[in-house]
Ligand binder design. Structure first.
Ligand SMILES: Cc1cc2nc3c(=O)[nH]c(=O)nc-3n(C[C@H](O)[C@H](O)[C@H](O)COP(=O)(O)OP(=O)(O)OC[C@H]3O[C@@H](n4cnc5c(N)ncnc54)[C@H](O)[C@@H]3O)c2cc1C
Length: 544
């Protein structure tokens, strides 16, 4: 007997699963909330591992006809070109619309029926999709492929974790008028840290089209607004000014988010694509992973005697791949995080080895008000000393603990671009007077100023509130001792110390949010979040 699949969502995941099931002989109907299946957005990177999945849907040839192979990937930092690597033909780009049309056509050729203007509102794990008009569609398999804000998943009583990130993207698709010479057949990736951190990624995705990704920390309201703040972007990226001026009111801004579900199916209902595993677009993998996983889902059940067992096998086989990409993409997002003003990791080495590095340092050391992510020698010496002091120690997420100190300094600089050298020194060495810190001896050997030492002293918790890496010993009484220490710090009225402590606590809060273990959640709720509120209150709105 012919099996039936009812699918919510005619995006990449829904269409890919539909095409493969229909090609295997299933009767497949796709219900799409929009009147017509349409592709919102700009362009896409489609990596090699997706090509095989596209072949299985029947969309590959059409996709390749509309695809583009950028020649090279050029990276610029603060206006200077850092690298120009050939892609060796390994990167394929396309417009979102071209890939979408290729999948729609492939699904229709395979016999899939696609109904526009049909919003699904729920799935029944016994095997039914329910539409907004009350229609109940019985099926051997229901697939929720309704995207990152999936409403169907919520009706399946599956715990969902959504973690928003601190960065986001504005994407704009434009024609390549005036950008047709060879240079513009490559990807151009511009980072700029002179002042607030900004990034523009130019990606050609056809001989006629390209797209811009404009990136900034989510807290930078001006740089993340749409229509884009033309004056800001053209002033910082003069090479691209003529093209940026053409953007007008186009574009759409999305914040990065990661979604994880405790299970990808409930009974005869499966969830796939962004609905199940959205990820930041820092490596341009979301659509690709969605297509690959949707094809794997369809293949796992297409000829299975037992559909429930097929769904179980699918999840066991594919979770490592999908979660591996989520982790990798999050790592890249956090390393390149504009929200922390962190440059690509090789950047400091490039600066230190560049011919004019001495002049750069001299200029920065002469002017103690920092407006750049620092590369001054005093800064790198402190980083090296902290690295050595904390060598081998990991934080609760398994990252080198030493990195925490630089992140605290960068958080401080980002929120207070005019932070003084003493203020930054105090952030880099804020644990020096604690049990495992280098103590007065380390501060003296690094020539740390009296002003910085005072900030460090006043922010050092008393021994009975020093829970350095002993989170498991912190109960309600210890939280109260810690909060008492924070209250005293707030009452001191030392704004520099309060600002530095806030940067420190904010970084720890982010680790708690990322780790999400019961221990970290407990520390977040009972200790760090109340502390953050106290510090913010003490500062008024200045460093929120
Ligand atoms: C800024 C940015 C850049 C990106 N760049 C890349 C990239 O370069 N490469 C890459 O691979 N990925 C990229 N991605 C990720 C990619 O866009 C997504 O992973 C992909 O679109 C997910 O496909 P999907 O089918 O799961 O969801 P979607 O494409 O969101 O499709 C969901 C569909 O379901 C429909 N729908 C929603 N609710 C209902 C309902 N209740 N009933 C019926 N229909 C419904 C929607 O209208 C939509 O058509 C990027 C994402 C962002 C935010």
């Amino acid at each position: 007997m012919t099996r039936t699949a009812m699918i919510a969502g005619a995006g990449y995941a829904g269409l890919a699963a539909a095409a493969v099931l229909a090609r295997a002989g299933w009767r497949v109907c796709v219900y799409e909330a929009d009147p017509e299946p349409r592709s919102v957005g700009a362009g896409l990177y489609v990596h090699g591992f997706v090509h095989d999945a596209l072949r299985k849907t029947g969309a590959y040839d059409d996709f390749m006809r509309g695809a583009f192979k950028p020649a090279a990937h050029c990276v610029y930092i603060d206006g200077a070109r850092q690298s120009n690597a050939s892609t060796d033909g390994n990167i394929t780009t396309t417009t979102r619309a071209a890939l979408h049309v290729a999948l729609i056509e492939a699904a229709r050729r395979a016999g899939v029926s696609i109904a526009g203007g049909s919003r699904a509102v729920a799935a029944d794990p016994r095997g039914a999709l329910i539409l907004a008009d009350g229609t109940r569609l019985a099926a051997d398999l229901v697939i929720a492929a309704d995207g990152v804000r999936s409403t169907i998943t919520q009706t399946l009583d599956i715990p969902i974790t959504r973690v928003p990130h601190q960065d986001g993207i504005t994407r704009i698709l434009l024609d390549r008028d005036g950008l047709r010479d060879d240079k513009w057949n490559s990807i151009h990736d511009y980072y700029d840290y002179r002042g607030r951190p900004l990034r523009v990624l130019y990606t050609p995705c056809g001989s006629d089209a390209f797209y811009f990704c404009l990136m900034a920390p989510i807290i930078d309201v001006e740089a993340t607004s749409v229509p884009i703040a033309g004056a800001l972007w053209t002033a910082r990226f003069p090479d691209l000014a003529p093209t940026l001026r053409r953007v007008g009111s186009a574009g759409r801004h999305d914040r990065y988010a990661t979604t994880t579900l405790s299970t990808w199916s409930r009974g005869r209902a499966a969830i796939v694509g962004d609905a199940a595993h959205a990820m930041p677009s820092s490596l341009g993998q979301g659509a690709g992973v969605s297509i690959v996983n949707a094809v794997a889902l369809a293949e796992a059940v297409a000829h299975a005697d037992d559909i429930d067992a097929g769904l179980g096998d699918w999840e066991v086989a594919m979770r490592p791949m999908v979660e591996g990409w989520q982790r990798r993409v999050e790592d890249v997002a956090s390393q390149r995080s504009l929200s922390r003003a962190v440059r690509p990791s090789e950047q400091r080495l490039v600066e230190l080895s560049s011919e004019d590095s001495d002049r750069k340092h001299a200029r920065q050391e002469g002017d103690q008000r920092m407006t750049l992510v620092p590369s001054a020698s005093w800064y790198t010496e402190i980083i090296a000393a902290v690295d050595q002091q904390q060598a081998g120690i990991k934080d609760h997420l398994g990252r080198p603990w030493a990195q925490h100190f630089e992140r605290v300094a960068l958080r401080l600089i980002f929120r207070k671009p005019d932070a003084s050298r003493a203020h930054i020194e105090s952030a880099l060495l804020h644990d020096a007077m604690m049990e495992r810190g280098g103590g007065r001896e380390m501060l003296n050997s690094l020539g740390i100023s009296q002003e910085a030492c005072e900030i460090i002293e006043i922010t050092t918790p008393p021994p009975n509130a020093d829970y350095y890496r002993r989170f498991q010993e912190v109960g309600p009484a210890e939280c109260e001792i810690y909060l008492d220490y924070v209250r005293k710090l707030c009452a001191s009225g030392n704004r520099a110390a309060i600002q530095m402590k806030l940067a420190d606590i904010t970084d720890t809060i982010e680790a708690c949010r990322t780790g999400r273990t019961p221990l970290l959640i407990d520390q977040f709720v009972n200790r760090y979040e109340p502390s953050r509120k106290l510090l913010e209150q003490a500062l008024g709105s200045e460093l929120g």
